[in-house]
Design a protein around this ligand. Structure first.
Ligand code: UTP
Length: 472
């Protein structure tokens, strides 16, 4: 039988968690050793303080204070509205293109989430989203990256964050798809950490099976430590990469390595730049970027009452307009500095139903009141924003850039996203003077065009013919 180190035993006793060891002798030696390793990784002090604060929740006054003190973001670039704005955007685009060609940009895709709302059985990146071809989210990003590399003759390394929940299937899928034509050594898969779920009532760690803690990915904010742990910050530094374009796996219309966003970030010497879109209404369920005591922060929609969400400042400007798209550009050294100072992003708490068993493998019954049984913990990448010395907010074009797949149906679903992909293709085709039928569904591969201008050029030059367009 594997022995439990005395120090670990002491920690478990101090935190009243020895129950986890009560069936140790029933496990195989390998499973015993595995449980001991899992427990040795847990920061019980941090979990206890987080569980205690979850029981208190933040007071209404604390939340109201944040909402009261918040101001609309001050360092912000809005969508172009005048000729002068157009020139400013063109200048930023040129700076971004230069950065891409000189090899100082890398892409980070976070793809470690469990996608529970979508209810898809595989990693979300494998979800078929092409409105005609059913090409997957991963394929669309791979094609965007290949097209960008060709256009800017750039290396553009691609870092993909996975988790225990998605790692093996993701790698197998990329292999099966021959890495979508990208060279395998230009893609860097790295795995985020996990955090244990706790019983919401007692703070006890939960078991997924005898000898196995119920673990879940540590949130997209796990990125910072995961990048460093995998040695990727060092590798990117050695490659001369300075700017990290970050996006999430569930928005296929994100403009991967967007030259304009990169350009503004570089021009304004920002450490952390966020692409936002104007919320459609004050009550839209979207986090908003604000200035709070001189720092850029996100206020979640759940923190605002309907009245607060509609508030305007003295000049009549809507304060909470800047909806978070979860598209960011980070300065590599800024992320390094977060690791060096040991600055872990804070833990957030979600009450969720987590299937679990007792020490002997018997499933634990759900709470009869229907309350979620567990507290799950996550870190959010946007908590890095207030830690940056200099930030920037850039407004993107909502219809073009923000069409995420979150839900099974309704808003932000596969259906709304496919409609958007087809609409974008239709608009580009119309702009290129190509006739489009009123009910036709269209799909463009990023390899055919990254934007309307390129589509027009490629059709004119005969790079591909209208017959090669995907329509349904
Ligand atoms: P969401 O917060 O939408 O979570 O993730 P999700 O896991 O995709 O879906 P739900 O909430 O379970 O329905 C936004 C992005 O962050 C990534 C996801 O893969 C997605 O790209 N993410 C989320 C991670 O990489 N790791 C995590 O631990 C959580």
């Amino acid at each position: 039988m594997s022995t439990v180190p005395a120090e670990l035993l002491q920690i478990l006793s101090r935190h009243q968690q020895t129950r986890l060891l009560s069936s140790l002798q029933l496990l195989s030696p390998a499973d015993q050793a595995y449980l001991v390793t899992q427990l040795a990784d847990v920061d019980f002090d941090l979990l206890r303080s987080t569980w205690q604060s979850a029981r208190q929740d933040s007071t209404p006054t604390e939340t109201a204070d944040r909402a009261e003190q918040a101001e609309a973001p001050s360092r912000v670039v809005r969508q172009p509205a005048s000729d002068a704005d157009q020139r400013a955007w063109a200048a930023a685009r040129a700076i971004g293109q230069q950065a891409l060609s000189s090899g100082t940009v890398a892409v980070i895709t976070v793809a470690g989430g469990q996608g529970t709302r979508l209810g898809f059985e595989h990693p979300k990146g494998m979800f078929p989203i092409g409105p005609v071809s059913q090409r997957t989210l991963f394929q669309i990003f791979a094609e965007q990256i290949l097209a960008r590399r060709r256009r800017h003759q750039a290396d553009l390394p691609w870092c993909i964050m996975t988790s225990d929940a998605t790692h093996e299937e993701t790698i197998a899928f990329f292999r099966q798809q021959n890495f979508f034509g990208l060279s395998p050594d230009s893609i860097h898969f790295f795995q985020q950490g996990s955090l244990p779920a706790m019983d919401a009532a007692t703070g006890q760690l939960l078991l997924a099976a005898p000898g196995q803690l119920a673990l879940s990915p540590d949130g997209h904010g796990g990125l910072v430590t995961a990048l460093a742990k995998a040695g990727l910050l060092t590798l990117l530094q050695a490659k001369g990469v300075q700017h990290l374009y970050y996006h999430q796996v569930d928005n296929p219309t994100a403009i991967v390595a967007d030259p304009a966003l990169l350009g503004f970030h570089i021009q304004q010497q920002s450490q952390a730049t966020t692409c936002v879109v104007c919320k459609t209404s004050p009550t839209e369920r979207m986090g908003v970027l604000v200035d709070l005591q001189g720092r850029t922060e996100i206020i979640e929609y759940s923190e605002l009452t309907a009245e607060q969400a509609a508030r305007r400042n003295d000049s009549g400007q809507w304060i909470f307009w800047a909806g978070n798209t979860a598209i960011h550009v980070f300065d590599r050294q800024f992320l390094e500095s977060l690791c060096e100072t040991g600055n872990q992003l804070p833990l957030h708490i979600a009450r969720k139903q987590v299937p679990c068993v007792d020490e002997y493998g018997q499933p634990l019954p759900a709470d009869p009141s229907g309350q979620p049984n567990a507290i799950k913990l996550e870190r959010f990448i946007f908590d890095a924003l207030p830690l940056a010395a200099r930030t920037l907010i850039v407004e993107g074009n909502r219809e073009r850039e923000f069409n995420p797949v979150k839900n099974k149906s309704g808003s932000d679903s596969a259906e709304t996203c496919r409609t958007a992909l087809s609409r974008i293709a239709r608009e580009w085709l119309q702009a290129a003077g190509h006739p489009v039928g009123p009910h036709e569904v269209f799909e463009l591969s990023p390899l055919q065009a990254l934007d309307a201008e390129q589509l027009s050029e490629n059709l004119q030059r005969g790079v591909f013919s209208p017959e090669q367009l995907l329509r349904g």
